[in-house]
Design a binder for this molecule. Sequence first.
Ligand SMILES: Nc1ncnc2c1ncn2[C@@H]1O[C@H](COP(=O)(O)OP(=O)(O)O)[C@@H](O)[C@H]1O
Ligand SMILES: [Mg+2]
Length: 308
Amino acid sequence: MKFLVLSRKPAIYSTRRLREAARIEGHSCLVVDPLRCVLHLEGGSAKVRVAGDDLTGIDAVIPRVGSYAVEYSLALVRQFELMGVPVLNGSAGIALAKQKWASLQALTAAGVPVPPTTLMRFPTHLADTLAELGGPPVILKLLRGMQGAGVLLAESGEAAESIMDTVWSLGEDIIAQKFIAESRGTDVRVLVIGGEAVAAMRRTAKEGDFRSNIHRGGVGERVALTPALASVAVRAAQVTGLRVAGVDVLESKEGGVVLEVNSSPGFQGLEEATDRDIAVEIVREAERLAESRAGRQTAGHGRPGATI
Ligand SMILES: Nc1ncnc2c1ncn2[C@@H]1O[C@H](COP(=O)(O)OP(=O)(O)O)[C@@H](O)[C@H]1O
Ligand SMILES: [Mg+2]
């Protein structure tokens, strides 16, 4: 098969490992920067050009979309969907995962537990909100944050108000969330592939921080998932519409609550902590997707362009 990995950074660990794994599994694998793809629409058809050539013969696309130029990358993923090329994580799922509030709404609608969270736009609503969230302290998150940047802990109502005022004056949105103190700077990152929790690690924040992101100096260790946590993570991935998802779960007194679902989870920390070959698992999911799509098309009831 011929796989296409969309990644801005061919040299980073996860991208390198995916290319390696595809080749070990006997496939060819192209790695292309989404911004180097030219999207063309004409006469009712869609194509993608790279370096002056039409990109054809791709059996499955594995998108790795970071935080830069998300709209462009989503347009490209949608272009492949339009062309009938199977895409491992579809544009709708990636777009939803990139929107914190919309994701929390979708999880809530499906009955997946999330921490008590509030969205508001005026300081007059803060006192009421703090009472609802059992704070201060309270967690504040910029709606456009990622990898722990833009996630803060406000120790007092005054601190929360001044931070929120600053953010609002810049025209940005910020959410307030109950601080799950009992998780003590740890969370569980669960990797869900094809509806199965394939690997998990407990991440512990570095001394003095509450954010356990590996990018923020957090350390990961293998953890055995309870069936309850695994089921919460699998449902979160499913609700978000992702075949490959990194689900962040906090262990609260009431059980696992989902913080967020990542559509292009890095897996270096997870491979190191668990000794699992995550790259091969992702490639095999791409194989299954390509095979099922090809099977449906030869059977005569394929619907090119349909995803998830
Ligand atoms: N409500 C919360 N209570 C306690 N810790 C939290 C809470 N929300 C986030 N954290 C910590 O901060 C980290 C980053 O938050 P997250 O919502 O995953 O944002 P990001 O997109 O920046 O990763 C989490 O992995 C967790 O360690
Ligand atoms: Mg996170």
